[in-house]
Design a protein around this ligand. Sequence first.
Ligand SMILES: Cc1cc2nc3c(=O)[nH]c(=O)nc-3n(C[C@H](O)[C@H](O)[C@H](O)COP(=O)(O)O)c2cc1C
Length: 176
Amino acid sequence: MDAAADNDHHISHIKGKQMPTLLVYTSRHGCAEKCANKISDLMDADIQVVNIKESSKFKLSDFDTIILGGSIHAGQVQKKVKKYCHEHLNELKSKRLGLFLCCMEEGEKAEQQFNNAFPDELIQHAAAKGLFGGEFDFEKMNFIERAITRKVAKIEKSISKIDEAAIEKFVIDLRS
Ligand SMILES: Cc1cc2nc3c(=O)[nH]c(=O)nc-3n(C[C@H](O)[C@H](O)[C@H](O)COP(=O)(O)O)c2cc1C
């Protein structure tokens, strides 16, 4: 093994020891997935990013840090996120925890949606909480979703309002 490869091996070994992280997400049109991947890029850690459908393949006991994320549709986070929180409540409370949401509402409305998406106990416990903004992607919406978006949000074209600074702050909060 040459010196550089040895060094890489050494660093990844240390990273792995420091902070094995599991990021469990769900995403309807891909925005929360993009944010999950962005977190993964920014984290100086050994991180596994998994769709919530695959999450049962991973044991929480193998990780120090858990990140859980989803998105809001019609005021609610995905049911799978709520279910995951309730099924793993005690274990999640024993971890370093990050919670994030994608949504297009801002300010107080976004905060309300966040507070309603995750159990209070987990919100109190979380080291990092993130509202990352969102996207309206007309190409990925079905007919009904397009109609709702036009009528309720009064938006006609795809837009992206991902808050990169909020993602960076989330990663800093989680690591400090
Ligand atoms: C049909 C529909 C309903 C939505 N309802 C809400 C809502 O009630 N509140 C909100 O803040 N954002 C709402 N959004 C915006 C989504 O949260 C946004 O598109 C987000 O980026 C979706 O993330 P995802 O692609 O990971 O599922 C809605 C979007 C769609 C398409």
